[in-house]
Ligand binder design. Sequence first.
Ligand SMILES: Nc1nc2c(ncn2[C@@H]2O[C@H](COP(=O)(O)OP(=O)(O)OP(=O)(O)O)[C@@H](O)[C@H]2O)c(=O)[nH]1
Ligand SMILES: [Mg+2]
Length: 225
Amino acid sequence: MHRIKVRVVEDVLDANNTIARANRQDFDRAGVRVVNLMSAPGAGKTALLERALADTGDVRVGVLEGDVEGSLDADRLTSLHIPVVQLNTANGFGGECHLDANMVRSSLAAIPLEEIDLLVIENVGNLVCPAEFRVGEDARAMVCSVAEGDDKPLKYPLMFRACELAVINKIDLLDHVDADLDKLLANLQTVHPGIEHLLTSARTGEGVDGFRDWLVSRVRSPATA
Ligand SMILES: Nc1nc2c(ncn2[C@@H]2O[C@H](COP(=O)(O)OP(=O)(O)OP(=O)(O)O)[C@@H](O)[C@H]2O)c(=O)[nH]1
Ligand SMILES: [Mg+2]
């Protein structure tokens, strides 16, 4: 029984990876680099994008917004005057807690790939499932806010291991929450030794330049994922 269950999960992930490779080929053909941005709900993905994507110089950026329902995040980005496409998992996908490669594939026609150099995919807020499903990205980044507590890398290691960058956000709240930043960073290195990290506050703007630089440099770096 257990082995059958494992086989089914493996088959689902294999099928997903096949579609993710097709997405990746389409992105490569269009010369678009893709970042899959993940976090628990409310860690600050959209708030960071609102600030970081305000000025990306000559790098043209688009965003695919993944949410279970609604267009609140896409609406927040409209003032940036960049292409933003909202993808809802409630519509036709059963309200899934993550994006998968097939969902992203279904959105490709709506994304003006010829007009952008970098696509940021804001995944559905969830610290577990999004880490398992590749969507055709070149790189993966995750946001962990200090308000979530310093133990999160130890409790959700797959997400922290799956990413090349961990953005530690809401550092303006450090004096108001119990999380110990040194402990959080040590736990991060325990589950993913050598992982790059940034300290940011989307509220004050501290560290956001570093996040913007990391995003923009994906366009010039060799693919990693
Ligand atoms: N104090 C503080 N608040 C922040 C910071 N970043 C985000 N917030 C707030 O945290 C809340 C959630 O931020 P969002 O940007 O919506 O988070 P998200 O990760 O996009 O959330 P989902 O898309 O729902 O998963 C909002 O009220 C933000 O204003 C920060 O650095 N400091
Ligand atoms: Mg968001």
